[in-house]
Write a protein that binds this ligand. Sequence first.
Ligand code: APR
Ligand code: PHB
Length: 389
Amino acid sequence: MRTQVVIIGGGPSGLLLGQLLHTQGIKAVVLERKTRDYVLSRIRAGILERGTIALMHEAGVGARLEKEGYVHDGTIISYGDEDFTVNFKEHTGTSVVVYGQTEVTRDLYDAREAAGLETVFNVEQVQIHGADTDASYVTYEVDGAEQRIDCDYIAGCDGFHGVSRQAIPLSVRKEYEKVYPFGWLGILSETPPVNEELIYAASERGFALCSMRNENLSRYYIQCSLSDKPEDWTDEAFWQELKRRIPKAHADKLVTGPSIEKSIAPLRSFVTEPMRWGRLFLCGDAAHIVPPTGAKGLNTAASDIHYLYQGLKQHYREHDSTGLDAYSEKALARVWKAERFSWWMTNLLHRFPDQTAFDLKMQKADIDFLRSNREAQSVMAQNYIGLPY
Ligand code: APR
Ligand code: PHB
């Protein structure tokens, strides 16, 4: 078999690229290690930047998002019982939209199926060959039978644990990583959100976040120890701890109920450079991870896809490879800024086990400055709604 682009990974990055290429008549095959249902069972953040939304529209999958997404003009930051709002709309003229990553992925799969585009599920032993030559191809197994696809380019969209990044020789690849000494325990509950806007809460007991999916589906997180297991936390213990970390006025209004999902995610910052090696392009979690504070994971994946899509379009339409040649540099320039923002928000709002009294004063001063300074709020708003592509 031969195609123009092999996309390894059927998560949001791979699927978005597939739909965008389809609008240009560029042929692509998606190889996914799991099933569609498995991919759709993963619960991830749900804040979409304007750029991500524009790409969804460009890919022809923006309709449901437009109808069902919740526009958020700002966010609340709290510290103990005090809180203040950072108004995105006022500072930047724009807002973000709450629409779960699961829904983004579902819309992309539905569109892919409706267009009759090829996705191979349950692939095993995916291997990239000749990425640094003019004859690249990908081999894989399905039901024990080996298959081969020859291609012009390979998009490595297979997440942090995928094979694409590993295909780049260690002599070329440089990785940067920071592992945080805590995780987030998250629950989903069929209860009304405690507040219209998100609440990012710093407290003496650690960080908490109040988020939502819709008017009867809430998503809450609390900072937890890396040794905690979700089963250590009863729903009751979770709600009690959450209430102790958010301002009393909100805690008093919090509607609790049984959790329908409970999981722990460790926090990590990670970037690999370069994001291109010959005919292989890394996108999304395959190339970088951000801690969830600031919700940049899906949005940085989308900006990678924007640069790669533009590069491939220019290559196939105009026989010009300038965009592809600039891919790694352009994508990384934006990724590092999103890494900085997520790292800053994480440092601002979490309790660290080795924090000294001085460190705590610095953190408090940083929050006080943000609270009282319009320019500081404007900087946060610009980063939160998403830096330009
Ligand atoms: N072969 C084929 N598919 C693979 C392989 C492989 N060897 N390894 C992993 N995959 C698949 C996974 O099963 C998954 O469906 O690649 C997909 C990668 O999807 P994600 O991990 O969701 O990564 P990405 O599409 O880049 O999306 C980034 O996900 O983790 C969040 O915060 C992140 O929101 C961001 C988004
Ligand atoms: C979420 O709704 O899951 C969410 C929102 C904002 C974040 C992280 C997660 O920063």
